[in-house]
Design a protein around this ligand. Structure first.
Ligand code: ARG
Length: 460
């Protein structure tokens, strides 16, 4: 009979047990479950709710279970309803009298809420480290390409010259925000619900703060109904992970474009690309595509979790068991994507010539041509109009601004002088954008240093 079958006269139907069971997916929280139980037992002993001998047996038993699971000597029983029941029943097998005392003043409702918070906390730390590694790779690549001229786009139309370093560092800002977002969420994840009991705490003289302290948690939840039924932290975390995937997906989309023969801005390392079974010429950016694809499944868990929660009356409802697979999938996918994506970026080769060639077409220095006139006293709107006419002339005569004769320039506006050619050279256009946050090598170096400084808070 199940541990909870006090009032039951029949065994649970096998199919119902399988339907109800969550051990196939919540077993992964065994370490957190044991940590929570160790802290709970210590508190029970300190408060004289259980005796010292029982406490010691519980500690020995839980530690043995932990070691045995880690070593593969103890396998999860698929018939056990969930990880909490499994560990408690294993403990009771080892210490029949003491084991039965562990669940005093506790319910699975506060226990599962605690486990999921502890699990989320551990995963957040790992994901933050992966993001730091990715940003460091972006910085490395950016340092190589401070002067690699590239087209900047809006509407995927060639717009203004930037550098490849500037483009890469844009992503580092996104991933940095992801780190700080995870940190922010951690404040609300790291709150102990233990002691909320099933819904209304307990009559035992427990010390909830002691348990929270043992587990290095910031605080305790201040309302027991909320403590057992809050899943905001899981939704927030899923959301932060969805945002990470959205960033990776945008980046992937660009890598896919850049690998195409139409762009040829980058070439992936052979170890990070795949071929086609039929077309011998193919080299496909599968990693980037799969990351882009996986972003969809992570993103969809956010509305899934919100929908699961939105109609639930207080306090715990079994619906909430569905939180885990969704959140775990978000975590797993992000942890799968980040390292492989990072290595793909680290090993990809950049085709500076192709980038430069593309930048030389598309009149991306037209704004600078207009600015030249403004710097010589024209109003921007007039300068804009003259430059537009020059561009139209170039298109008609198959030329670019760099190749036009000075007298053509002067036909449109006598202000133009010989120095226009320097003013519209792509290098000048980039080098003069020295505003903080801009693409000039000096500005990008400032951004890189600022990023390194910000990341130093996360140095291991
Ligand atoms: N496996 C359950 C879950 O994930 C644990 C809590 C069970 N509580 C209960 N009252 N049946 O939510």
């Amino acid at each position: 009979m199940a541990l909870w079958a006090g009032r039951f006269s029949k065994e649970i139907n096998e199919g119902v047990n399988a339907f109800n069971s969550s051990i196939s997916f919540d077993a992964r929280m065994y370490k957190q479950d044991i940590m929570g139980s160790l802290a709970h037992a210590k508190m029970l002993c300190q408060q004289d709710i259980i005796d010292q001998k029982s406490y010691e047996e519980i500690v020995t038993g839980l530690n043995k279970i932990l070691t045995d699971i880690n070593n593969g000597d103890l396998l999860f029983d698929p018939v056990a309803e969930d990880i909490h029941m499994f560990i408690e029943s294993e403990l009771t097998k080892l210490y029949p009298i003491s084991g039965k005392k562990l669940h005093t003043a506790r319910s699975r409702n506060d226990q599962v809420a605690l486990d999921l918070r502890l699990y989320s906390r551990d995963e957040i730390e790992e994901i933050k480290e992966m993001l730091v590694t990715l940003i460091n790779v972006l910085i490395e690549q950016a340092n190589e390409h401070l002067e690699t001229i590239m087209c900047g786009y809006t509407h995927l139309q060639r717009a203004q010259p930037i550098t490849f370093a500037h483009h890469l560092m844009a992503y580092s800002e996104m991933f940095y925000r992801d780190i700080t977002r995870l940190d922010d969420i951690l404040k609300r994840v790291n709150i102990s619900p233990l002691g909320c009991g099933a819904l209304a705490t307990t009559t035992y003289p427990i010390d909830r703060y002691f348990v929270a302290e043992q587990l290095h948690m910031n605080d305790i939840s201040m309302n027991s109904l909320d403590g057992v039924s809050d899943r905001d932290y899981a939704i927030e975390l899923a959301n932060a992970l969805a945002i990470i995937m959205m960033h990776l997906s945008r980046f992937s989309e660009e890598v896919i474009l850049w690998c195409s023969w139409e762009f040829k801005y980058v070439e992936l390392d052979d170890a990070y690309a795949t071929g086609s079974s039929i077309m011998p010429q193919k080299k496909n950016p599968d990693i980037a595509e799969l990351v882009r694809g996986k972003s969809a499944r992570v993103i969809q868990h956010v509305p899934g979790l919100l929908t699961m929660m939105k109609g639930l009356p207080l306090a715990y409802n079994k619906d909430m068991q569905e939180d885990k697979e969704a959140l775990f999938d978000c975590i797993d996918q992000v942890k799968l994507c980040l390292p492989v994506f990072t290595d793909m970026i680290k090993t990809m080769r950049v085709n500076k010539t192709k980038m430069r060639e593309a930048a030389a077409k598309g009149f991306i220095n037209a704004t600078d041509c207009a600015d030249y006139l403004v710097k010589h006293g024209k109003a921007f709107r007039d300068a804009y109009k003259v430059t537009g006419q020059l561009v139209a002339y170039c298109i008609e005569h198959d030329q670019v601004l760099e190749t036009l004769d000075l007298d053509i320039y002067q036909q449109y506006d006598p202000t133009f002088n010989d120095d226009i050619f320097d003013a519209i050279s792509l290098d000048t256009c980039v080098n003069n954008r020295t505003v903080v946050g801009g693409p000039s090598p000096t500005s990008v170096k400032i951004t890189i240093n600022s990023m390194k400084e910000r990341l130093s808070d996360y140095a291991k």
